[in-house]
Design a protein around this ligand. Structure first.
Ligand SMILES: Cc1cc2nc3c(=O)[nH]c(=O)nc-3n(C[C@H](O)[C@H](O)[C@H](O)COP(=O)(O)OP(=O)(O)OC[C@H]3O[C@@H](n4cnc5c(N)ncnc54)[C@H](O)[C@@H]3O)c2cc1C
Length: 442
């Protein structure tokens, strides 16, 4: 059993997130206590919100960001930091459903966004432990064949080149013989997401973006004069346009959008700092890794020499025992791969919510030419949030170079409502998990 070291109540939930615990530069932003007028109000200070603010400021807009909790409090400050192109949905499914042109253009937009993340890190010397290298591992013969086909598709139809490696090479890279083969992607990579997003917030603030923490947007409405009014606990913001960037944490601020997704929680663990021997033995390639199956495990080593590991079963309710079960399931998966870790302390554990849509693709759109939104990244959002932020900012700025994709994949990706979403998410997620488990076993 894991020997959890349990310093309680250090995070707004019972979680103890490694990144938050170790964050050195934890700049605070005030809460809003006076009414404000601005061109753009961004709701939510994660990747989607803050990158939108960054690009809008570059276009010369006044921007106010309001965040219910702290910068990076949502999934953006808790994820495993894998900076990967593409979407949660398989590119071949996208091609089948929406055509090869849409598949190609939409995938290339994420490759461009990945390059942009790397450029931003370099341009602003962002200290976020970025390291290049991602390996996607095949858990059985069937998934290995499928991964090979996927690699081929990416190379032939999208023009994105990665390497297919065999079981021996995979074992050398990952430090376990449990995989059949893998895809190695040297352009993708991994970072500490909280260091990254708090740095982006600081850069935005220096550029003149006003950021307010502990300032929830409670009501959003259009006034008779056509302006948007955002009511917060102590003040009202009047804006020309709004970017709704609250993703899974948005609640019912935009009730019609809430029908488009269900909430899913995924859980992560961090080991104590590993001895030099263990550090060499576990994941020798030092890549970020995720598994090529529906219910996936994902892991990497951190700059301070721990293993962070996520995945396992999703908790089906917010009940504590259900969350504990989920942590144990993640732990079990980690030990299956790396039995050498069984006597190692687990010092941190945390989870976070993401939103999942019917077609497993993000929804990027605009309501009434006033409220731009991007959500539904389905657990694969680090890069697509950046892409969406750039797209929304370009649309607001009417930047013809960027705002008119040809073909318009964001429009093609729009999907229907999920029956009972927002009411019975846990039941829907439970059914979805059973279905995915069966598919993984077939
Ligand atoms: C544990 C975990 C691991 C993951 N790992 C990866 C990974 O390795 N790679 C990958 O690509 N993706 C990963 N994801 C998914 C990825 O993190 C998300 O898709 C992405 O961070 C979403 O960013 P966002 O800015 O849209 O939303 P969030 O980061 O969730 O930010 C939304 C913010 O809006 C605020 N907010 C909401 N409503 C209001 C309101 N009314 N007023 C004010 N503020 C509000 C919230 O407090 C929150 O801070 C992971 C997700 C989780 C949970």
């Amino acid at each position: 059993m894991p020997t959890f070291i349990n310093p309680r109540d250090r995070f707004p939930t019972d979680d103890l997130c490694l990144y938050r615990d170790k964050l050195k530069e934890n700049r605070n932003y005030p809460n809003l206590d006076k009414n404000k007028k601005t061109r753009i109000c961004v709701i939510g200070a994660g990747f989607t919100g803050l990158l939108s603010a960054y690009y809008l400021k570059e276009y010369g807009f006044d921007v106010v960001v309001v965040e219910r909790h702290r910068v990076g409090w949502g999934a953006s400050g808790r994820n495993s930091g894998q900076v990967i192109p593409g979407y949660n949905q398989d590119i071949r499914v996208i091609a089948r459903k929406y055509g090869e042109d849409i598949a190609k253009v939409s995938y290339q937009a994420t490759v461009e966004a990945l390059g942009e993340i790397r450029r931003l890190i370099e341009k602003h010397s962002i200290d976020c432990d970025f390291k290049p290298g991602l390996t996607i591992t095949a858990t059985n013969k069937k998934s290995n064949d499928d991964l090979g086909d996927h690699i081929e598709f990416l190379r032939e139809k999208v023009g994105y080149k990665t390497d297919f490696i065999d079981a021996n090479e995979t074992a050398k890279d990952i430090g376990t013989t449990l995989y059949e083969g893998a895809m190695r992607d040297n352009f993708a990579g991994c970072f500490n997401p909280l260091k990254y997003i708090t740095s982006i917030a600081a850069i935005c603030a220096e550029m003149g973006v006003e950021i307010y923490e502990e300032t929830p947007a409670l009501i959003l409405k259009k006034t008779a004069s056509g302006k948007m009014e955002i009511t917060t606990p102590k003040a009202i913001i009047t804006a020309d346009k709004v970017i709704a960037a609250g993703d899974a944490y948005q609640g019912r601020l935009l009730p019609n959008l809430r029908k488009k997704y269900v909430l899913l929680r995924t859980s992560m663990l961090a080991t104590e700092v590993l001895s030099d021997d263990l550090y060499e033995q576990i994941l020798p390639s030092n890549h970020a890794v995720f598994e090529w199956q529906n219910l996936t495990n994902y892991y990497t080593k951190t700059a301070d020499k721990r293993l962070i590991f996520g995945g396992g079963d999703a908790p089906l309710t917010r009940n504590k025992s259900e969350e504990e079960k989920a942590f144990k399931s993640v732990y079990g998966e980690m030990i299956k791969l790396y039995p050498a870790l069984q006597n190692i302390h687990i010092t941190h554990w945390w989870g976070g919510y993401f939103s999942a849509t019917l077609n497993e693709l993000p929804q990027i759109g605009c309501i009434d030419n006033k409220i731009h939104y991007a959500l539904g990244f389905c657990g694969h959002g680090v890069v697509p949030t950046h892409m969406s932020a750039r797209l929304m900012a370009a649309r607001i700025a009417e930047d013809k170079n960027l705002s008119q994709e040809n073909p318009d994949f964001a429009k093609a990706f729009r999907t229907g409502n999920i029956p009972f979403a927002g009411k019975y998410d846990h039941h829907l997620v439970g059914l979805g998990m059973i279905w995915h488990k069966i598919k993984d076993m077939l």
